[in-house]
Ligand binder design. Structure first.
Ligand code: ADP
Length: 275
């Protein structure tokens, strides 16, 4: 057993001999709930557009006719309900918590839907946060969900570790931006997924370029992108480049992520939904 073992595989990152397989720690769904496939959206740090990618993927998946859900595991920086324009508190019933629904019917659960005042900060310790995310999985009455996207907390710390172990995550989508130390971030995410025995679906570069609305020319504002090269280096597919666009910021701020035209996600969605 490693010197650093915490004797609790749900919070320990050590790969020691007595480690329980991740699937042993998975939390069950509530009675009557059903979720077919779960994908996690991860990033190295906050503010790179992980929540945007999560909510866009969900909106586009629902638009293609699949019953879709978002579990907002970014408990200290929850922004999913806002991007869908969903406010107010989730309702409970005898069997569990009823997820909120967006305009197009995406099922949502986030800590913001449970707080008395959605602008209240969540000042909780790691294990409490991780426990809340587990409850979002096992105490919410997810109804016949084909695809669930999990907006993961940024980084590779305690909470994402627990989320990976508690939920049956089918694949990981890594979001990065050109400003980040992409190589290092991708390597960390790839290693974490490997440790958790979850395949990496691929990588998305957000804020990749700005497209001039007048002449259509693409400008790489943060210098030449290295994302494709890095994805190749780690043997993972490079799946999408998302432009930086004030229309995106405005739509998200106004709770209209479902109105964003997102052809840049087509290849990623085709892979996810047919895979
Ligand atoms: P994260 O989940 O990684 O913390 P968010 O998805 O919340 O990041 O994005 C941070 C902010 O940047 C949000 O206001 C979002 O609307 C904005 N944003 C993200 N990506 C883009 C983009 N490609 N174009 C314009 N605004 C963006």
């Amino acid at each position: 057993m490693s010197e650093n073992c915490t004797h609790d595989c749900s919070t320990c990152g050590e790969a020691c001999a007595s480690r329980q397989a991740p699937q042993d720690l998975q939390a069950p769904l509530a009675a009557g709930a059903s979720v077919k496939k779960v994908y996690a959206v991860v990033s190295g740090k906050g503010g790179v557009g992980k929540s945007l990618v999560t909510s866009l993927l969900a909106a586009q998946t629902q638009l293609r006719g699949y019953a879709t859900a978002v579990l907002d595991a970014d408990v200290t920086g929850p922004s999913i309900p806002q991007s869908f324009g969903v406010h107010g508190r989730a309702q409970g019933c005898d069997g569990g918590i009823i997820p909120a629904a967006s305009k197009s019917g995406v099922q949502l659960m986030s800590v913001n839907l449970l707080l008395e005042n959605e602008s209240d900060p969540v000042v909780w310790r790691g294990p409490v946060i991780a426990g809340a995310v587990k409850q979002f999985w096992s105490e919410v009455l997810w109804e016949d969900v084909d695809y669930m996207y999990v907006d993961m907390p940024p980084g590779t710390g305690d909470v994402p570790l627990t989320v990976f172990q508690s939920l049956p995550i089918q694949g990981v989508i890594i979001v990065s931006t050109p400003q980040e130390l992409v190589g290092m971030i991708v390597e960390k995410a790839v290693k974490m997924a490997k440790l958790m025995e979850v395949p990496v679906v691929g990588m998305v570069e957000n804020m990749s370029y700005f497209q001039c609305p007048d002449c259509g020319k693409r400008h790489e504002l943060f210098g030449k992108s290295r994302a494709e090269e890095i994805a190749k280096q780690y043997g993972i597919p490079f799946l999408a480049r998302i432009p930086i666009d004030s229309a995106i910021t405005q739509a998200v701020d106004n709770g209209q992520v479902e109105n964003i035209h997102a052809p840049f996600l087509d290849d990623l969605l085709n892979g996810l939904l047919n895979g």
